[in-house]
Structures are given as C-alpha cells and as structure tokens.
Design a protein around this ligand. Structure first.
Ligand SMILES: [Fe+2]
Length: 392
C-alpha cells in the first residue's frame, strides 16, 4: 500500500476586489493581526472598516516583527484571551500570518500556551476547531502561509535563536487581492517570490510528493519563471504581481507533500546571519538541487521540460536556470556576496550543521546528507560553487 493524501481546506478567493467580500466572511468580534507596515499604508484600518460594516467589534495587534519570536506570539495570544475573538484576520507577510495562526491555535487548544505549542512542534494537539475563523490576507507573494498548516516561530535558546516549526492548522479562508501586495518593495518581491519557487521545487523532489502536488508545483514554477522578474521591476496592481500572488498560494499548497534540505538549511541561515527567509532559500536552492541530482532525476527532468529546458543534461540546466532567475531578480549569488565572511560561516557551521540535520524539512529530502555533506553545501552556497560532480 502506498497511499498519498491531499486536501486544501482553505477557501481561497482570488482577484481584484477580493478584500471587499470580507464583511460577508467575518463574525462579530474580529481581531486583526497586522504588519506595522500594513497599518502605515492604511490597510489595517481598511480591513477594520470592512469588519465594522458587518457590525463587528474590532481590535488590532500590529506588533509583529520579521521572524517573529515566541514572545510576540504570547503577547498576541494574551490579547486574544482577553478580547475573545470569533474571527482572527492575519494581514501581512508570512511572519504575520504565522503569528495569526499560532494565536488561533493557542486559543482553540484547551490549556495551551505558546510555549506548549512550540514544545509540541509539528504534532497536532487536540483542539476545539471551528471556535475561531482564521482569515489570511497575504501582503507578500511567497511564503504560502495562507494555505499551510504550520508556522515558523523563533525561540531564544542558550545557544542562540532557533527556528521552530509548529503545527497550527491552515487558515479557513485566504483572500488573495492584488491590491494588498501592490506596494511590496522590489527586494521583498524578489525574496518572497523565490521562496515560493523553493517550495515548489523542493516539494517536487520530496519523498512524499505525488501527482497532485507535482502538477500544482509545475504550474507554480512555470508561473514564477514567467512573472517574477517583472513583478520585481514594477510595483502596483500588475499582471505579473497578480500571477505571483496566485503562484505563491499554489506553491504553498504543495508544501503538504513536504519540503527538503534547502528549507532545512535556510532555517539556520536566517537566525545566524539575519538573511531573510526567501533570500536564504535562493542562496541554497541551486546547490541543493545539484546535490539531490540523481536522487530526483526524473522529477527534475519533468520540471526542466516544463520550463523548455530540453538539453541532454536536464538537472544541470535546471540548476543553471534557478541561478539565472536569482540573478535576474537582483538577489546576491552567494553567502559571501550577501555579506557573510568566511570566518563568520566557519564559526556558525557546527551549530547550523547540527540543527539543519534535525530540521523536520530534511526528512522528506530525496537524499539524506551526512554532516560533512551539509557543511559542504553551506560552503558551496558561500562561494556559489555549482557543480554536479558530487551528485553522482
Ligand atoms: Fe519557505
């Protein structure tokens, strides 16, 4: 028996004006968790206004930082315990959506705290589901948090910050309105767009992928290659940005099949060097695909063909195309170019190698690395050394 399962319980509404249907979706006590930048741009007030149209009382928590901490989630959860929302809306990038999902999970899990959820990790806890409707309104196009079941929260440990993956359940509803990411800065469009690409490319090679997730991933990869450079170059409500917003949700849905070593290793780069999540994936993805090589050769060959890369070395062509797209979107080509010195990497490596091997995303990678191989992948990313030699 080799049964694969797939569901996207999130109800997705996409297209211009999607935000306007909010009054028909929310309840009477609405908590809005927002990025500070969404508040500055007036989106938080607009969302609160739409909730008030439905006769709802509203409260705002807009203190979410990038790579949100356990403490931020706890502050949001404390506000929710007091306000007792029937609807919680996440308005912002992946960090904000992750905090929103974590707060909802804490409120629906009897006796839970953020710390207990972090300790439970990716193991679902018994929950009173349906108590709070969770609505995700992403403002960036890439993390896929609007359709994913987990959240990434940063825990402070004695050894330094550590990214922890929690099971939170998916949002009930996602509103993909192109007006919301229209003002996203170009470098955020590049980094988050590359994150979407990493989700799709990693899930294709995952040991748990299947035809449904592979089809979604192939569609997302094609859309990213076709639209990411234009979405970086031009802000506003553009076709490229709209396509990227939908591609990000498609790629996010493929995470149901698991990711791989790129995410396992990028989760160490962000706390160590402050490199944004999507950019950290961009620095690693070509190297991880080259490393996986033969272990996922059929899946990579299909993907290469989908992109019109029909040469006799499909994996090498795919690796080159991933690196070229990275360059075309203005993302640095190497950890070195991203400002990490050789000495800094050498010092951080033991911690990163140990935690990278333990990251749950590594489990579904098609090739299981030794600690030496992980170390080598970080050095490959440091100098953008791309070769397929060690893939054979
Ligand atoms: Fe990601």
């Amino acid at each position: 028996m080799d049964i694969r399962s797939f569901s996207i319980p999130t109800e997705i509404h996409l297209g211009a004006g999607a935000l306007e249907i909010l009054p028909s979706l929310c309840g009477k006590r609405v908590m809005v968790v927002a990025d500070p930048v969404m508040t500055q741009l007036g989106f938080t007030e607009r969302v609160c206004g739409l909730a008030r149209q439905a006769g709802a009382a509203t409260i705002v928590f807009d203190e979410v930082e990038p790579d949100p901490s356990q403490e931020t989630c706890a502050a949001g959860a404390a506000l929710a315990e007091e306000f007792k929302p029937d609807t919680i809306i996440g308005l912002g990038g992946g960090s904000t959506l992750d905090v929103t999902k974590t707060v909802r999970a804490v409120c629906e899990t009897p006796g839970a705290t953020v710390a207990s959820q972090v300790a439970a990790g990716y193991n679902p806890q018994p929950r009173e589901t349906g108590k709070i409707t969770c609505i995700a309104i992403p403002s960036t196009s890439g993390t896929g948090s609007e359709v994913s079941r987990g959240a990434v929260i940063t825990e402070t440990t004695a050894q330094g910050p550590l990214k922890r993956i929690l099971f939170t359940g998916t949002p009930d509803i996602a509103l993909l309105d192109p007006a919301v990411p229209a003002t996203m800065p170009s470098h955020v469009a590049a980094d988050s767009g590359y994150d979407a690409l990493a989700h799709a490319v990693e899930s294709v090679a995952s040991v748990e992928s299947h035809r449904v997730t592979q089809a979604l991933a192939a569609g997302a990869v094609a859309a990213v290659f076709a639209n990411l450079p234009a979405s970086v170059q031009e802000t506003g409500v553009t076709t490229a940005r709209n396509e990227m917003h939908v591609a990000a949700a498609m790629a996010g849905a493929t995470m149901r099949a698991g990711l791989g070593l790129c995410h396992a290793l990028s989760h160490q780069l962000t706390p160590a060097f402050g490199i944004p999540h999507g950019r950290a994936n961009a620095l690693l993805l070509p190297h991880v695909v080259a490393y996986n090589g033969q272990a996922a050769v059929e899946r990579y060959t299909d993907l290469a063909a989908r992109l019109g890369l029909n040469g006799d070395q499909p994996v090498a062509s795919l690796v080159a195309a991933l690196a070229k797209l990275r360059a075309d979107t203005g993302i640095p080509a190497s950890l070195q170019a991203a400002g990490v010195t050789k000495a800094q990497l050498a010092q951080a490596l033991p911690h990163m190698v140990a935690n990278g091997a333990k990251d749950p995303n590594a489990r579904t990678n098609p090739r299981q690395p030794t600690p030496d191989e992980i170390e080598r992948l970080y050095w490959d990313a440091w100098e953008d050394r791309r070769e397929l030699a060690h893939a054979h």
